[in-house]
Ligand binder design. Structure first.
Ligand code: FEO
Length: 171
């Protein structure tokens, strides 16, 4: 595998674990605020991000590439409103989309069609991740100012359940 493509893929393991850490910190915030449904949503999001890291790990191992685990940054955001983590989530997902696009571009440059095909799943996933984040922002703006509506929204988010992503379930 091309060295630059390899390094980007290996770095992405770290970036996905950071995403898991970041979303766990959002879950911690919502727990402290008494919104356990939002906390549930973000803990499942954190599990999905860990899974994303494991998908990159598996791809590198399948290609006989070594894994170099790097230090995970500390999430240090503080929030002044229930809306802020949702907006931070959208911003973060847009950043992750740019990272996936960068790896895709690097793979394209060296005609690494296998890695491009591998990344297709993530390209679709990022569309869903950004759409989910935008949807939560819209709902919070619509309903977050009303205590009963916020209670119902929290119950909706409490219903989110974990499922193994396709690339990990396949084998
Ligand atoms: Fe791993 Fe939220 O993208």
């Amino acid at each position: 595998m091309d060295k630059h493509v390899y390094e980007l893929l290996n770095d992405q393991i770290n970036k996905e674990f950071y995403s898991a850490y970041l979303y766990m910190s959002f879950a911690d915030y919502y727990e402290e605020e008494g919104l356990s449904g939002f906390a549930n949503w973000y803990m499942i999001q954190a599990a999905e991000e860990r899974d994303h890291a494991l998908i990159f790990r598996k791809y590198l191992l399948d290609n006989s590439c070594p894994i170099k685990l790097l230090a995970i940054d500390q999430p240090d955001k503080t929030f002044a409103s229930h809306l802020e983590p949702l907006e931070a989530s959208l911003e973060h997902e847009k950043y992750v989309t740019s990272l996936i696009n960068d790896i895709y571009g690097a793979a394209h440059d060296v005609k690494d069609y296998r890695t491009m095909k591998f990344l297709d799943w993530f390209i679709e996933e990022q569309l869903e991740e950004e759409a989910n984040a935008e949807d939560m922002i819209t709902k919070m703006k619509l309903f977050g100012g009303d205590a009963k509506a916020l209670y119902d929204l929290d119950k909706d988010f409490a219903a989110r359940a974990y499922s193994v992503p396709t690339p990990l379930a396949a084998k």
